[in-house]
Ligand binder design. Structure first.
Ligand code: SAH
Length: 355
């Protein structure tokens, strides 16, 4: 027997076809309940009991909470979800003074094999479905209330552009039905060039972040194996095209790794690449992972690296490291939960000193 689909997997016409004999105002009620109220079918009390039961029988929400970690200030909550086939994925909700952002996964695992990434270390299982992606956003929006979930970033587990069609459909639903504007959505890619070029042509205002991490091909290939197929020059060309077509600046992500890509010479190479791409640079202090021997750069090194970029006219920011204390590096909560075979743990962490 195939597993029931998530109610969020269906578009309106599929919903109509599934229920057959329902008038369109009922479909409207279901659609509003799922998207505006974020309720599963079993809680759509606006429906007659029999219809609610039928919908609950024909569809099944995909996400079940498996574990959660929350910083003591309550501003970062990381969730591990179990899917209907037992696979596990993570999403992270982060509150800032002026916005609340959810970081969602697009695949179970990842095939890109970046050595410093906990998800990459674990390998690829499968793509996420539309419903599995949307449910992460709906769950975060429910959890954020009364704050408004304002931003969605595809920076969780997986390579969103390897699951291109589904991610694109999810973006359409997030903007049209969940009411989050395209400009508040960012897709982060390892740098799959054909997909960056295709994305540039979609006519969307969605932001693009590219994981660069190295600005010469030898270094980048050692950190990001897919660089062999899509070298820096091709990535930069695609980013320039994205900027031309959309008018939006690309952001380069750069995990700061001690002694590996944080030297003055790395800064000089990055300045040249970022200037050519006219990209913004986002420096991310490396989150340590068990499967990778190197550590993150010390804070003063990150500051002076950022200053070198700024002095050369490159727009650079240092990402505040949300949740190093709570296994918040991509894929870490799942890895650690599996190691400890924890179920539904809730770990309260000590407060962090502001960074
Ligand atoms: N596959 C996509 C999106 C997921 S990863 C991509 O590669 O962009 C989101 C970001 O987190 C990427 O920039 C990735 O390189 C970075 N990242 C992964 N593991 C990390 C770690 N241990 N420390 C810091 N950043 C990490």
């Amino acid at each position: 027997m195939t597993a029931a689909r998530s109610p969020w997997d269906l578009d309106r016409s599929e919903l109509e076809a599934l229920l057959g004999d329902q008038p369109s105002y009922r479909i409207d009620q279901i659609w509003t309940g799922l998207h505006q109220q974020g309720l599963p079918p079993s809680e759509l009390t606006v429906l007659p009991k029999s219809l609610r039961a039928r919908l609950a029988e024909l569809t099944e929400p995909s996400l079940r909470p498996a574990a959660a970690q929350e910083t003591a200030d309550g501003l970062t909550v990381k969730r591990l979800w179990e899917l209907t086939d037992g696979a596990r994925i993570e999403s992270v909700l982060m509150h800032y003074p002026n916005r609340s952002t959810v970081c969602v996964s697009s695949q179970v695992g990842c095939a890109m094999a970046c050595g410093f990434c906990a998800t990459g270390q674990a390998g690829f299982d499968r793509h996420l479905s539309l419903g599995e992606i949307l449910e992460q956003v709906v769950a975060a929006r429910n959890e954020a209330a009364p704050r408004r979930l304002s931003n969605v970033v595809f920076m969780g587990m997986g390579e969103p552009f390897a699951n291109y069609a589904t991610v694109l459909t999810a973006i359409g639903r997030i903007t049209d039905d969940l009411g989050i504007g395209a400009r508040k959505i960012t897709v982060s890619t390892i740098g799959l060039v054909p997909q960056i070029r295709r994305f540039a042509e979609e006519g969307l205002q969605v932001g693009l972040a590219v994981s660069l991490h190295g600005a010469n091909n030898d270094l980048r290939t050692s950190l990001v194996p897919v660089n062999k197929r899509h070298p820096i020059e091709a990535v930069v060309d695609a980013c320039r095209m994205f900027r031309e077509r959309t008018g939006r600046r690309v952001s380069f992500e750069w995990a700061m790794i001690d002694g590996v890509n944080d030297r003055d010479s790395d800064a000089r190479e990055l300045i040249s690449v970022a200037t050519t791409a006219r990209a913004h640079v986002n420096l991310i202090p490396l989150n340590p992972t068990p499967g990778w021997p190197t550590v993150g750069s010390p804070p003063d090194r990150i500051d002076s690296f950022a200053n070198l970029l700024r002095q050369a006219g490159v727009n650079a920011t240092i990402r505040t490291n949300r949740g190093t204390d709570i296994d918040a590096a991509c894929g870490q909560l799942r890895a650690n939960a599996e190691r400890a075979s924890t179920k539904a743990v809730r770990v309260e962490m000590a407060p962090r000193s502001p960074s």
